[in-house]
Design a protein around this ligand. Structure first.
Ligand code: NAP
Length: 282
């Protein structure tokens, strides 16, 4: 039976460390603050935003929400971002995705001051990650890396296959793993024979958003399986991985919920502290 990688417990530990760091900053008269912008009323986004506000509250990080109407123009959105860029009391800015179709999320991300880009989506931060330099790493890939580190999974020379190439998960994760000396393959919707590729992997990380896509015939004995997927079914939340079957075959596996999900928010809190220190402790 596999060891279950407990993201909930690790996230709790990281959030406690963040809380202690925030207290130390407050003693110096520095008050970390996160601004979250949401455009429209996407139900899943509302849940994510509520969780982020709760996490800030627990960590002692101040939090301000900016709710824009779903019919807002690009000008209106950019105006809010630019105002937050200028505000000295705001250290982190997060634009909750998705935003309504006519709006251009890439331009919006690029408008956020890269020093306040706690999501790590600004091209400067992505470029720095690609160069292997210190930067904000987007929260989900960062959370996956922390989990692998916590369970001492050896990445040096490991054959890692990532399913999914999105800008927020697959691509930055591939970069993180490459920086950690893994040999990385990325699969996407046009990849042929995905199951043949995953079969050779020491570590498989799925971030595609398809329930039970990763089955036991796709994974070799004793591999490590990380499930980033979040799929909302009538029966509740499930990942991309057939957990029940794979738990019996692999060495380590993350559950959904309780695996990567809690790590994402913990790493966001961590990034807010880093942004605050970078801006205030020059
Ligand atoms: P996304 O932007 O929709 O990207 C999905 C990726 O999966 C795409 O690159 C797509 O390929 C690829 N894909 C789709 N079908 C595939 C198939 N049959 N075989 C191989 N690749 C396939 O999604 P995302 O934002 O990265 O999120 C992925 C999943 O992770 C979702 O379930 C999301 O809810 C979850 N997620 C979880 C967290 C967390 O905190 N745990 C955070 C973010 C996202 P193409 O590029 O060719 O279309």
């Amino acid at each position: 039976m596999a060891i279950i990688m407990d993201g909930k417990a690790l996230a709790k530990k990281i959030r406690q460390q963040v809380k202690e760091e925030v207290s130390r900053l407050k003693e110096k008269g520095i008050f970390p603050k996160l601004a979250v912008i949401m455009v429209g009323e996407d139900p899943a986004s509302k849940v994510y935003v509520r969780n982020k506000s709760k996490a800030c509250n627990e960590a002692g990080i101040a939090y301000e929400e900016f709710l824009l109407d779903e019919n807002s123009s690009m000008e209106e959105l950019l105006k809010v971002i630019k105002e937050l860029n200028e505000r000295k009391d705001i250290h982190g800015i997060l634009l909750q995705s998705p935003i309504p179709k006519p709006l251009d999320i890439d331009t919006a991300f690029e408008t956020i001051d890269f020093r306040k880009d706690v999501d790590g989506f600004h091209p400067i931060n992505i470029g720095r990650l690609a160069l292997g330099r210190q930067t904000f790493i987007s929260c989900t890939p960062h959370g996956v890396m922390k989990l692998l580190q916590e369970y001492q999974i050896d990445l040096k020379g490991a054959n890692v296959v990532i399913l999914g190439r999105s800008n927020i998960v697959g691509k930055p994760l591939a970069q993180c793993l490459l920086n950690a000396d893994a040999t990385v393959t990325i699969c996407h919707s046009k990849t042929k024979n995905v199951g043949e590729i995953t079969k050779n992997a020491d570590i498989v990380i799925s971030a595609i958003g398809k329930p039970k896509f990763v089955t036991k015939d796709m994974i070799k004995e004793n591999a490590v399986v990380i499930d980033v997927g979040i799929n909302r079914l009538e029966t509740g939340l499930v990942g991309d991985v057939d957990f029940e079957e794979l738990e019996k075959k692999v060495s380590y596996i993350t559950p959904v919920p309780g695996g990567v999900g809690p790590m994402t928010i913990a790493m966001l809190m961590h990034n807010v502290v880093i942004a605050t220190k970078n801006l205030e402790e020059k």
